[in-house]
Design a protein around this ligand. Structure first.
Ligand code: PHE
Length: 446
């Protein structure tokens, strides 16, 4: 702890890095298919409600813990309160490991799909052919693992470079590219003949599809998408300078994240409708449905390749933040150098990811609750671990810190931050009760 802590170089850099964490597979792979399954516009409205009710307040809470303590999640809780609270930080570190282990598997698929799309292997308007390409690829015991290893190596290379010259520099370069690619794809999708139906489906609420599951799904998605509940934002916040303005930045990051999710839906659903494919294909939507859609549009092979580049970039900057949670922890608490911590954490993560990868092929017979290991790990992390972390973080900042949190946020009243009373109210009551209610209804108790 004695050595000088690294810092973000500029506010723009911090915002790009943190938006890079938030914008990921969650926005582009998961959000559109969830919206497709759970009532289109209805899901969108519920999701937006959760971002406003829970997401923003929690995002601010996590960034504040980091900025105030300048420590990793475990050290931060210990510094602020001690007792059993550092366990919440520890839960975050474990959750980051779990999420990263399957995240690199899906991210590895996106790398493979850049190549498969560019060379045209997955370029067919025959759904059965494309499905076979996907199943052959993910079912292979070696190729997907090699892709995951490659992806993990790229992530480790960025993290080993440090906060400024690794993470910040990469994000400042890649995030603008991501926005540009996304805009190109939106224009392509909404101008396809027949896209109107998809736009209507996406924006018009279908409340008949909404049930308890929709709410559980939407809140899990909101946490996942904003990178909440596992200390990623505590970690990124810990590299801010103490006087940086938090509230405006949090609003901007949440806004960018939501915009990308909404725009990704606007790429995928209109394109899917224009091609006459059903939108409720679940997790396979991106890898199975979309290639058939691209195959039917002019210059589709090019747009398909661009799409998977977009997805890989989004996944990279998110995975970087997950690995950084573990690396910052090892660095702060166990006195490891950044490079050693990165190599150790990346290697262990890769090993942890092997079962998820094999669960698509060799080990597909092994299920928990009827789900393959990858789906189970994702489900467990997004509906149990992350909301759990968020629950305790809300209680901690709302009740344990309370007025101290407001003082820290406003730098003892020297910064004007509007709505601090509302913020505390959301953290004290709305977030914990909301999460509890969702968890109980997910378990079928209420
Ligand atoms: N927010 C990222 C996404 O949407 C995933 C993530 C979760 C990253 C938690 C960091 C921490 O894909």
């Amino acid at each position: 702890m004695a050595q000088l802590r690294e810092n973000w170089g500029t506010r723009f850099g911090f915002i790009m890095a943190t938006a890079g964490s938030a914008v990921g597979l969650g926005n582009i792979w998961k959000f559109p298919y969830m919206a497709g399954e759970e009532g289109g516009g209805a899901f969108l409205m519920i999701y937006l409600g959760f971002i406003l009710l829970f997401g923003l307040a929690l995002m601010l809470a996590e960034l504040l813990i980091g900025r105030t303590t300048q420590r990793n999640p475990v050290g931060a809780f210990r510094h602020l309160a001690g007792g059993a609270w550092p366990l919440v930080g520890m839960l975050g570190i474990v959750t980051a490991f779990v999420v990263l282990s399957y995240y690199i598997v899906v991210a590895g698929w996106t790398l493979a799909y850049i190549a498969l799309s560019a060379e045209g292997a997955s370029h067919s308007s025959d759904g059965a052919v494309v499905k076979q390409v996907f199943e052959d690829f993910v079912g292979d015991p070696v190729a997907p693992l090699a892709c995951a290893a490659l992806f993990m190596t790229l992530v480790a290379a960025v993290v080993a470079g440090g906060i400024g010259s690794g993470i910040e520099r990469t994000s400042k370069l890649f995030m603008p590219v991501l926005f540009l690619l996304l805009l190109i794809l939106v224009v392509r999708a909404v101008t396809l003949p027949g896209a109107g139906e998809g736009i209507a489906f996406y924006l018009k609420p279908d409340w008949s599809k909404v049930g308890a599951d929709t709410f559980v799904g939407a809140i899990g998605q909101a946490f996942f998408s904003l990178s909440l509940g596992l200390g990623a934002l505590i970690t990124y916040g810990s590299y801010m300078r103490r006087h940086d303005n938090l509230a405006a930045d949090a609003g901007m990051i949440a806004g960018l994240d939501t915009m990308v999710a909404v725009l990704a839906g606007l790429v995928i659903l209109p394109a899917v409708f224009a091609a006459g494919v059903a939108p409720d294909q679940g997790a396979g939507l991106t890898f199975i449905t979309l290639p058939t859609v691209f195959a039917q549009m002019p210059a589709g092979q090019l747009f398909a390749t661009l799409f998977f580049v977009l997805l890989a970039i989004a996944a990279l900057t998110s995975a970087v933040s997950l690995l950084e949670v573990v690396v910052t922890y090892l660095k702060d608490e166990h006195d490891m150098t950044r490079v050693r911590a990165t190599v150790a954490a990346a290697s262990i993560t890769f090993l942890l990811g092997i079962p998820s990868s094999l669960s698509m092929g060799l080990w597909s017979g092994f299920t928990i609750n009827g789900q393959d290991l990858l789906t189970f790990a994702d489900q467990f992390a997004t509906t149990v671990l992350m909301p759990g972390g968020a629950f305790f973080t809300a209680i901690f900042v709302g009740w344990v810190l309370g007025p101290r949190a407001v003082a820290a946020l406003t730098l003892d009243g020297t910064h004007r931050v509007p709505g601090t009373g509302l913020w505390l109210f959301l953290l004290r009551f709305v977030c914990p009760l909301g999460i509890l209610w969702i968890a109980l209804s997910g378990l079928g108790v209420v």
